[in-house]
Write a protein that binds this ligand. Structure first.
Ligand SMILES: *Cc1c(COP(=O)(O)O)cnc(C)c1O
Length: 453
């Protein structure tokens, strides 16, 4: 065997032997053989054999302007020459300050303070702890609970799992979780209230209001994924739902936590999903797209009122005793600044609306596929729900691994995607051009037909 072939064999066997992959059944993974990425260019990922794939899920929903984006890479390199890491605990650094100011400027009005961490789960964890402690400082010691939605996904730490509503991921950990009140998700295709939109007049929002009314004395905050419940399978809320959530939180004195970890940075067609319904949350969680998909960074933004409640003499112990070692990492903040600078000059957002419409047109014929129950889209977030029986919406049995087999079929044709159960997700980088969008949809459609035939 040549030296090159040796190296590849070694990599593949070491991967199987030493890496425990996240959200992956390792028994299945080891049987299928790995795709090992070595480099990337634009929307393409290239593996160790030199095979090219389109990155159909933006490397798990993070990539914005494509891989190897010069401006971001150069900003990281320039920052390496200054300082790669220094703590934010009682100390500051230049990129973290510049980025905080920009985040305050571009996010919905009222959010004035930026608390950094390094992933979406911690951004949520921080928002929950801030909301809880805020009410303590304000004397509302009875306000200790959280309200969330069924099918919600807010991350994998114990706190963020506690407010999560996906039983497949979260049920195992139930004995470890704090109690949370769940309201029915706005999931029109499988309405938890068995109502029909729009005739229902958004009954799920009314149900939410009932629940919040009953819990107003004990609830600290409500947490919601604005417009799209991503990990649930791209459940798109009906228009006006998010604005109702804001109204309800205000009316019953709950803090509103908007988890824009997935929807932020242009995904839904606007810079933030909250903008589409003029919603100003009290706490906002950002991560995934923040650095354009280059380095781990997250931020939790808070209003002045929340921040002020934590002020006082040290011995009053109102400090927010929370922080991560790599909080406010200068390299990641420099990458985020470069990512944000690309939204303007390239007119990423104005160029996006035409491509979103193109994407919709490309997806439309899929609705006629006998095994496609629902096609949901908000901007560059797409979920294609496969069903065994279209008339009854009967799902496939889990053992059939339909979603998984479809993505393997797509992989053979040069498209890397990842399903959520039997929902096929397409979430390409925002820079993806029309031809490539069409190609991604065509490959997906072909893989679906082949596997379900
Ligand atoms: C991905 C995601 C998270 C968790 O982010 P991680 O960086 O994976 O910890 C939280 N909330 C939403 C809405 C997400 O999509």
């Amino acid at each position: 065997m040549s030296k090159g072939a040796d190296r590849l064999t070694q990599l593949m066997s070491d991967d199987a032997r030493h890496i425990w992959h996240p959200f992956t059944q390792m028994q299945e993974y080891r049987q299928e053989g790995p795709v090992i990425i070595e480099r990337a260019e634009g929307i393409h990922l290239i593996d160790i054999h030199g095979r090219r794939y389109m990155d159909g899920v933006s490397s798990l929903w993070v990539n914005v302007h494509g891989h190897g984006k010069r401006e971001i890479d150069e900003a990281i390199k320039a920052q390496v020459d200054r300082v790669s890491h220094t703590t934010l605990l009682g100390l500051s650094n230049v990129p973290a300050i510049k980025l905080a100011r920009q985040l305050v400027e571009i996010t919905p009005a009222g959010l004035e303070k930026v608390f950094y961490s390094d992933n979406g789960s911690t951004a949520v964890e921080i928002a929950l702890k801030m909301a809880f402690q805020y009410h303590r400082h304000r004397g509302g010691t009875g306000k200790t609970r959280f309200i969330s939605l069924t099918h919600a996904y807010h991350g994998d730490t114990i706190g963020s799992v506690s407010v999560g509503g996906i039983s497949l991921f979260h049920k195992t950990f139930e004995p470890l979780l704090f109690d949370c009140t769940f309201a029915p998700a706005p999931y029109c295709y499988r309405c938890p209230l068995e109502a029909e939109y729009p005739g229902c007049g958004m009954a799920c929002a009314d149900a939410l209001e009932e629940i919040v009314r009953g819990a107003q004395e004990t609830a600290a905050a409500l947490i919601v994924e604005p417009l799209v419940q991503g990990a649930a399978g791209m459940l798109v809320a009906p228009e006006g739902y998010l604005a109702r959530v804001r109204e309800i939180c205000t009316r019953y004195n709950l803090l509103m936590i908007a988890d824009e970890v997935a929807t932020g940075f242009g995904r839904t067609g606007t810079l933030f999903a909250c903008e589409q319904e003029g919603v100003r949350p009290d706490l906002l969680c950002l991560a995934k797209g923040l650095t354009g998909g280059t380095l781990p960074l997250a931020a939790t933004l808070a209003t002045e009122i929340i921040y002020d409640a934590f002020l006082g003499a040290y011995e009053a112990f109102k400090t927010f005793f929370h922080g991560h070692t790599y909080t406010g990492n200068p390299l990641a903040c420099a990458a985020a600044l470069a990512n944000l600078s690309l939204f303007d000059p390239l007119e990423v957002l104005s160029g996006l609306s035409g491509r979103i419409r193109h994407f919709s047109r490309a997806l439309a014929p899929l609705r006629d596929d006998p095994k496609v129950g629902d096609v949901r889209q908000k901007g560059f977030m797409v979920g294609i729900e496969l069903v065994r029986n279209k008339a009854t919406k009967e799902p496939y049995p889990p053992a059939e691994r339909i979603g998984h087999r479809v993505i393997l079929g797509a992989r053979e044709r040069g498209l890397l995607i990842r399903p959520l159960g039997d929902v096929i997700v397409l979430m390409p980088p925002l820079c993806t051009e029309r031809d490539d969008l069409s190609r991604m949809v065509a490959i997906t459609a072909k893989a679906i037909r082949e596997v379900t035939a």
